[in-house]
Write a protein that binds this ligand. Sequence first.
Ligand code: CO
Ligand code: CO
Ligand code: CO
Length: 328
Amino acid sequence: MSPLDLRTVLAGLPKFTDDNLLVGMETSDDAGVYCLNDDTALIQTVDFFTPIVDDPYTFGQISASNALSDIYAMGGKPLTALNIVCFPTKELPIEVLQKIMEGGAERIKAAGAVLVGGHSIEDKEIKYGLSVTGIISPHDIITNANAKPGDVLVLTKPIGTGVTATAIKKGDASPSDVKEIVQSMIQLNDRGAEVMRQFKTSAATDISGFGLLGHAFEMATASGVNLTIVSSQVPFFKKARKFASHKKYLTKGNRLNRLLIGDSLIQPKINDEAADNLLYDPQTSGGLLIAIQKNLADNLVTALRNYGYSSAAIIGFVTEGTGKIILD
Ligand code: CO
Ligand code: CO
Ligand code: CO
C-alpha cells in the first residue's frame, strides 16, 4: 500500500493517549513500546508478506528474521512470536506450509524467542510472517526520534534486495546472486542491537519497505534534523547496481518511495543512476540505520564487522534541520 494513502487513513483514527505509551504511531517507528513498570517495557510489532524466493523454508526464515528485526531496531530482545499465515490449501500441498513454518521456527529459536501460537486463513496467495513481542528497559529504548546534529550514520547491511528479488522472479538472477541476498536477509539484527546497547546509540531504525531514503526520511522527520546520505559510501549487493540500472527490475515500491519523500529531498538526483535507484529500493529484512556520536562510530563499525555484518559502513551524517534528506 502507498505510504501516503496509509498516512491519510492513520490520521483519521482516534488519538490514543496513555501515560504508559512510550512509542506510538506518530513517529513512524519500527514498533510500539508500552511501559509495564520502571524496569520493563513491552515492544510489539507485526510483519508479513508474500514469498520473495521460491524455496519455502528459506522464505519462512526471511520473513521471520524480517519480523524480529523491528524489536532489534528499538534495541530490544524478542520474547514471544505468533505465526500469521495465509495459504491456498486447495492449490498447494500442505508440505509447503510445513516448510515455511519450519523456516520461521528456526529463526525464532535462533533469536532465543518462543513460538506461542498463531492464526491461519485460506487465501489465494501465500503470505507469512510474525507478530513479535519483546522487552526492553524503559531507560534503554532506542527510537528513530533522537538523531542529533554531529552524529554520523552507520548502515549494517548492503542495499539491493528489492531489485535482486525482482530479477529472481524474472529468472535473471544467478544462484550466487540469490545466495548473497538470502544470507543477508536471514541474518538476524540481534548482534546489531547488542552493539547498539554497548555503544551509546542516539537513534536507529531498520531498513525495510520504504528503502534507505524512506527510512532515513522518517528518522529525519521524527528527530527534527537533516540527514545527509553519501551515496558513494552506501554498500550495495554485488549485482544490485547492474539490476538497478534496468527499469524492468525496479519495483512499484521504488516509485512510491520517491513520492513519499517528495520535496523533502535536497539535491534530488545524483549522477549515478543505478545508485540513485537503489537508495529507494524497498528492502526485505534489511540492516539497521544507526545514528551515533562521531567519535564512537569507527569502533561501532569495527564491532559490527566482528559480529558478521561485514559490509557495515559509515554512510552519512546528521545536521541541524527540519526533516530533510540531502543526497551527496
Ligand atoms: Co522496521
Ligand atoms: Co515492520
Ligand atoms: Co485465531
